[in-house]
Design a protein around this ligand. Structure first.
Ligand code: ADP
Ligand code: MG
Length: 692
């Protein structure tokens, strides 16, 4: 690790930033306004709003006053002509605009509140609440809207405006609720929400601070469509004569024009203005809707697509203890009498993790025992599907609800020597433990960062939750310190996640993980999504920070050559089990398990020494139907008949001439391997004898 990395990284940033066209997002909403469609839409709606607010104050003519000017065409005296009983249509239009707009907007506000409550509750809480609320939503969706409104209004003869507003709101919320529920369902799986939940944030705060702001565009779009719908519904009801026909609205004007045969008299001035107004306001609102996504959050949609691809959780979690932060320069192990480099900080014993789906059980982690020494890197490698992430989640107890841990222990030894089983921690203890003692960096940084909060704010939020006593200035300083540590210049504090390159986002995640000086950082494929050069820089940075701060790392990857360079100890996983565990040197010199040899053969080494890529034939097994005997036997080049019937145990590699001695202590040094090539065959002889 060269000390030049930080400078080098800092020097890189202007290029990375310049490459990002969306840099000026603080004023990003201005781009929405610049769109011609949005401007036109805004102007139309604004004009109607002004007429609705001020029109009736400026027009002295009473719209209901009758006169002898029967069916006059538009003139200077009657700007929009008159009706069958000499009423001034211009005055009717001015007053009517107010009623139509007020009914439309108020009904839409009520409907939107209803959809928010129902949609967010159903989507976030899930379970029975979701089922019940979705059922109600679906019932409202299948009932044809207008007939329902007609029936409801029919029960209230000459219904006043308030009654109409309520009827429209009650019949208009369901669509929005469904859209918001779907959006909430997808957001609640996002890493920043998981992280907030894991940290013990209240449901109310999660919904309103983490989820709702990300739905602003959808809420706004839903609201505008509902306004259009409400105005149309009100007009239809009035046109059918179901509202009070003396409260002027566009629909009421149309009602009179229709009942008094305006069409047959050719009195176009009677029905064209209200009809045109309805069409115009609809156009204006729709135009605003077109621009609304960019208007509020330019990247919301692309983030949504990224979510579908990357679904890993990330979490840094928060405690309520508010312990003061350990000074950054002081290595974690220093000064803590009981802790010394090399003692075991995390010991996993016989851990099993099952995924329960319906009546089938998939054992994704099967009897894993591993130990992590303080200040070192334990690397875990294996093909995709071998159970690495499941293991990482189980260690942090962030595993999905479908996963269950039937057996095992995960013993954590704190710097003061106190040992605790993570699997037995109470929720309260877990909240204190995660992030303070053990932090997590997962693969998809884009998914783990809240797209609409500046990165500085996100790091600060994280610190604030754990260190309530810290002043805002101290938090700011800590944020700057953390960003500098991971090689991001402090002027990026106000950047949004999408303004950063993938590598920089992953650095932010590392900064968040480091925020509280944890003892252990679990990294699940932290660089897999990045290109090789950036990958290299980040790995160097992690190693440099580890040496400086003294934390320990569990590093998970499918890239074995990377692992050999950075790990002290390596464990290879296959079909949920550890098949080989060795020091990185021993492993590199002589991988023992045929699967390990195949894996090494699958990757070019980073340091450049060329070897032929042999790879491994076949693909990882289906965990629901594992082959008998050794799970690797169908793909193994050294397979024997015995391998297909007898399951190998993970045992220390015997030296030449030494018999195998069963040992289950994961902390004992030396290579352990689960392969019959290295194990005497007495038990299988016994097994065969049993069968015959
Ligand atoms: P890795 O990280 O090594 O790619 P994972 O831990 O993600 O592996 O997955 C291991 C296995 O666990 C998968 O092959 C799959 O069969 C199973 N699995 C993972 N997640 C789930 C889940 N949510 N429900 C059921 N099975 C799962
Ligand atoms: Mg994984």
């Amino acid at each position: 690790m060269s000390t030049g990395t930080l400078e080098h990284d800092a020097a890189m940033q202007p290029t990375e930033a310049a490459a990002d066209p969306a840099r000026a997002t603080r004023f990003g909403w201005l781009r929405g306004i610049r769109s011609v469609k949005v401007i036109v839409g805004l102007v139309i709606v604004l004009v109607f709003a002004l007429v609705a607010i001020f029109g009736p104050l400026l027009v002295s003519t009473d719209p209901s006053a009758v006169s002898n000017d029967i069916l006059h065409a538009p003139s200077a005296h009657h700007l929009l002509g008159t009706s069958h009983n000499g009423q001034d249509i211009f005055a009717e239009m001015i007053y009517g605009t107010r009623v139509s707009m007020v009914v439309g907007f108020v009904a839409a506000i009520l409907a939107t509140i209803l959809s928010l409550v129902v949609g967010l509750t159903a989507g976030y809480l899930g379970g029975v609440s979701d089922e019940v609320l979705s059922l109600i939503t679906n019932i409202f969706l299948v009932i044809p809207g207008l007939p329902l409104v007609v029936i409801l209004t029919g029960t209230m003869p000459n219904a006043g405006e308030l009654a109409i507003v309520i009827v429209i709101a009650v019949t208009a919320w369901a669509w929005g609720a469904r859209v918001l529920r779907a959006q909430t369902l997808s957001l609640r799986k996002r890493d920043f929400v998981e992280a907030a939940r894991a940290s013990g944030e209240s449901t109310f705060r999660i919904i309103f601070r983490e989820i709702l702001p990300n739905e602003t565009a959808i809420v706004a779009a839903t609201f505008l469509s509902t306004v259009i719908g409400a105005i149309l519904t009100q007009a239809s009801l009035a046109f059918l004569g179901l509202t009070s026909v003396t409260d002027w609205s566009w629909g009421v004007i149309l009602y009179w024009a229709q009942t008094q045969n305006a069409m047959s008299y050719g009195a176009w001035w009677w029905f064209v203005p209200p009809g045109l107004s309805i069409a115009l306001i609809g156009t204006g609102l729709s135009l605003m809707n077109f621009g609304i996504d960019e208007f509020i959050n330019p990247r919301l949609r692309s983030a949504g697509i990224a979510t579908k691809r990357a679904r890993k959780r990330a979490a840094g979690t928060r405690s309520r203890t508010g312990r003061p932060a350990r000074p950054v320069a002081e290595p974690a192990a220093a000064g803590d009498g009981a802790a010394a480099r090399g003692d075991v900080v995390l010991e996993i014993k016989d851990l099993r993790v099952d995924y329960l789906s319906g009546d089938s059980t998939v054992r994704a982690v099967d009897g894993v025992s591993l130990s992590l020494r303080r200040g070192t890197v334990l690397g875990i490698a294996g093909e995709s599907g071998s159970g690495k992430s499941t293991l990482a989640y189980a260690i942090t107890r962030l595993h999905e609800s479908a996963a269950e841990i039937p057996t095992g222990q995960i013993l954590y030894t704190a710097a003061d020597g106190k040992r605790t089983d993570i699997l037995r921690m109470s929720d309260r203890e877990l909240t204190d433990f995660r992030w303070e003692e053990l932090a997590i960096v997962f693969q998809s940084a884009m998914n783990a960062l809240n797209p609409i909060l500046k990165i500085g704010v996100q790091i600060e939020d994280a610190i604030a939750a754990h260190r309530p006593s810290m002043s805002e200035r101290q938090r700011r300083e800590r944020v700057a310190e953390l960003l500098t540590m991971v090689g991001i210049s402090t002027d990026r504090t106000t950047a949004y996640p999408h303004e950063l390159s993938g590598g920089m986002r992953q650095r932010v995640m590392i900064a968040i993980a480091l925020a509280l000086n944890p003892e252990i950082i679990v990294m699940d494929e932290p660089t897999t999504a990045l290109d090789v050069v950036i990958q290299r820089q980040i790995i160097d940075q992690i190693m440099e920070l580890k040496d400086r701060l003294g934390f320990s790392v569990i590093f998970i990857t499918h890239d074995l050559s990377m692992l050999i360079e950075l790990a002290d100890e390596i464990a290879i996983m296959y079909a949920g089990r550890i098949v080989e565990q060795a020091s990185a040197q021993d492993f590199y010199r002589a991988p023992s398990h045929p699967y390990s040899r195949g894996l090494i053969g699958s990757f070019p080494t980073l340091s450049g020494s060329k070897r032929e890529l042999t790879g491994i034939v076949g693909s990882p097994p289906d965990l629901r139907a594992l082959p008998t005997g050794c799970s690797f036997s169908p793909r193994c080049p050294s397979v024997t008949d015995e391998c297909r019937v007898r399951e190998p145990l993970l045992l220390p590699l015997p030296r030449v001439g030494e018999p195998t001695t069963p040992a289950v202590d994961a902390t004992s040094p030396g290579t352990r391997v689960a392969c019959l090539l290295y194990q005497n065959s007495e038990p299988v002889a016994a097994a065969e004898a049993d069968r015959s």
